[in-house]
Each structure stands twice: as C-alpha cells, then as structure tokens.
Ligand binder design. Structure first.
Ligand SMILES: Cc1cc2nc3c(=O)[nH]c(=O)nc-3n(C[C@H](O)[C@H](O)[C@H](O)COP(=O)(O)O)c2cc1C
Length: 185
C-alpha cells in the first residue's frame, strides 16, 4: 500500500549499508520511477550520473576527498574519512542533477521542485525494493562539474547514496503534526 511505503521510508545512511550489491535491473526500475515525476511544460529536468561500478565509486571517493581538502581551510581527518568512505560503503551513488530548460520556459524553482519529486519517486521505489537511500547536499556538490561533464544549465543538487541493509528501519519522527502545518479555509 502506497501510504505504508511513504510513511515507512527513512533516510538510510552509508554506514548502515551491508556489502550486498545492488543489481543493475534494480537501479533501472528505480530510475524508471524517477522519469514519472510531474513536470511543468514537460521540461523533464531531472538528470542522474550513476556511480555503480566499484571503479567509478572509488574514483568518486578520491575526487570528493581531494576536493574537500582543496576547499577546506581546516581539514578534519574524521570528516575527510567519512566523505571518502561513503561512496565505498554504498552499492550505488547517483549525482542528482537538474537541467535548466534552455528556453527558461518555467522558473528555476519549478525545475528544482520537479527534480526533487523525481528523487522522492526513486526513494519510495528503492524503499519498496528494500534498498536504503539518502540525499546528501554538501557544498562539494557545486564542484561535481570537475569530475563529470555537466551540460550548459545543468546543476548538481546533491548525491543519492544507496545500499542494501540488514534488519528493520526505525520509526520516523516529525517535530510537528500535519494538523499544525495545515490551515483549513
Ligand atoms: C533536499 C534534501 C537534502 C538533504 N541533505 C541532507 C544532508 O546533507 N545530510 C543529511 O544527513 N541528510 C540530508 N537529507 C536527509 C534528511 O536528513 C532526512 O530525510 C531527514 O532527517 C528526515 O528523515 P527521514 O527521511 O528518515 O524521515 C536531505 C534531504 C533532502 C530532501
């Protein structure tokens, strides 16, 4: 039931992943779900750079580690290790990108909103396949163009870490109920 999948989806972090591989067929199903996101004027702005192979995840790990050291005044060895470990602990990492429509037929926020909806589709699809995910948005994302080619008007909005996990996910928490965020007119 979709409502159960929505409510039981959690952010699952790379340190929680086990060493099981994610199959390409599973990733294709998950990416297929992204492509059904709604989109104003059918611009379909979501783009994904998939780091599935061990080699590509090792290269990403190296790039993120080097870039963190380059852009950080006071490097924390603990943080550096975490940044480098995450792609290696994951079964797959995707760079979440948004391609601005060249005609700028809709405002940028609508393209970002549409891309975020595509990510939620992927997150729910992955959860239904018992694959844990989390959207990470470090400032490192702004340097991804140095590691993978980004087209004119394409922006990286973060990283989608994915991995299989053992056991059950914890119950979610929200600070306030939906009633507190809703006004009935
Ligand atoms: C756009 C976006 C960016 C996020 N960036 C981060 C991040 O950089 N670091 C992090 O720990 N979690 C990040 N998250 C995940 C949230 O921490 C997580 O979804 C939140 O804690 C709620 O937990 P739940 O998803 O398990 O309900 C991000 C989520 C979104 C939607």
């Amino acid at each position: 039931m979709i409502l159960d999948i929505i409510a039981s989806r959690r952010a699952v972090f790379p340190s929680q992943y086990n060493s099981e591989s994610i199959f390409k067929e599973e990733l294709e199903k998950i990416l297929g779900a992204a492509n059904w996101a709604p989109t104003h004027r059918r611009t379909e702005p979501w783009r994904f750079k998939v780091f599935h192979s061990e080699t590509s995840r090792k290269e990403l790990s190296g790039f993120l580690g080097t870039t963190y050291q380059e852009i950080t005044e006071k490097v924390s060895e603990v943080k550096l290790k975490k940044i480098k470990d995450k792609p290696l602990q994951s079964g797959c990492v995707m760079a979440i990108c948004m391609q601005r429509d060249p005609k700028e037929s809709v405002p940028e926020w609508e393209e970002i909103a549409s891309t975020a909806m595509a990510v939620q589709n992927m997150w729910l699809a992955a959860h239904s396949l018992k694959i844990g995910c989390y959207w990470s948005s470090p400032s490192l994302k702004d340097h991804m163009g140095k590691h993978v080619p980004l087209a004119e008007g394409e922006k990286c909005l973060g990283f989608f870490y994915m991995g299989k996990y053992d056991g059950e996910l914890p119950e979610g928490t929200r600070h306030t109920s939906i009633a507190q965020k809703t006004q009935w007119m």
